[in-house]
Design a protein around this ligand. Structure first.
Ligand code: HPA
Length: 279
């Protein structure tokens, strides 16, 4: 993935959107697409039409970029993301984040469906990601020639998720009676779910939730120094002793149920960001 390819994709999008400059980028996870109904959409671009963009393959994901306004903020929203388990390289998985940065985003909001490892969590709770474990991923988009105009060779990861945004998100949840926790997200490739022994291991390592996305995009966002907020929707509980068979339908149902809470937090985070920049 070269800088030129990223620039070509961004230029194509700028032409298609009359130079729309989004302030925030949003990535919607599995079963969490309803937020788009709240965006007053100005432009829609299918991934298929964008130079160098990978194509979305998972059925529950639509592959397009939406441009519009949410909470009085200009946003670009990825309706459908790319997962490593679909066969993409990590550079393909993270390509849209690079492009959104060139389009002008000042923060990245990323969501996902995740398995709950912390015994205090319940299905359909939210977890505001405070840190992550990405070491299980076999590939890394930053390996290879560093795109030095975009970021450092050795990006800092001491605070991958913006601490003030994490605490604001938790405050918003509390004020609105939404069950939300700050926690550590562990990223695995999937597509198979984990064994009981693997869940036990992840719990021992300090993970509060596990999922098949997010960390690759966050690494690339942080490489470019973009502030990140991550929200996991707990779709199933993964306590080894009480493990039930995973069913995609149950996971989607739990995601749908929690989605309005996630949407509320994202909208309030956006309006809060506006207030801050107006000060
Ligand atoms: N493991 C990995 N990914 C997931 C899970 C899980 O238990 N639940 C939802 N996404």
């Amino acid at each position: 993935m070269t800088l030129q390819q990223i620039q070509e994709a961004a230029e194509f999008i700028q032409q298609q959107t009359n130079g729309f400059v989004p302030q925030a980028g949003i990535i919607l996870g599995t079963g969490l697409g309803a937020l788009v109904q709240d965006i007053s959409i100005e432009f829609t671009i299918d991934y298929a039409g964008i130079p160098h963009f990978p194509l979305s393959t998972v059925e529950s994901h639509k592959g397009r970029l939406l441009f519009g306004t949410l909470s009085d903020k200009k946003v670009v929203c990825m309706q459908g993301r790319f997962h490593y388990y679909e066969g993409y390289t990590m550079q393909q998985v993270t390509f849209p984040v690079r492009v959104m940065k060139l389009l002008g985003i000042e923060q990245l909001i990323v969501s996902n469906a995740a398995g709950g490892l912390n015994e205090h969590y319940q299905v359909s709770d939210l977890m505001i990601i405070s840190d992550h474990i990405g070491l299980f991923l076999p590939e890394n988009a930053l390996i290879g020639t560093n795109l030095s105009t975009l970021g450092d060779r050795f990006p800092d990861m001491s605070e991958p998720y913006d601490a003030s945004l994490v605490s604001t998100a938790l405050d918003i949840a509390k004020a609105n009676g939404i069950r939300a926790h700050a926690g550590v997200y562990a990223s695995v490739t999937g597509p198979q779910l984990e064994t009981k022994a693997e869940y036990r291991m992840l719990r021992l390592l300090g993970a509060d939730a596990v999922g098949m996305s997010t960390v690759p995009e966050v690494i690339v966002a942080r490489h470019m120094d973009l502030p990140v907020v991550g929200i996991s929707v707990i779709t199933d509980m993964c306590i080894p002793e009480q493990l039930e068979k995973a069913e995609i339908q149950k996971i989607l149902t739990a995601a749908f149920k929690a989605e309005p809470n996630m949407t509320l937090i994202i909208k309030k985070l956006l309006s809060n960001a506006e207030n801050r920049s107006n000060k």
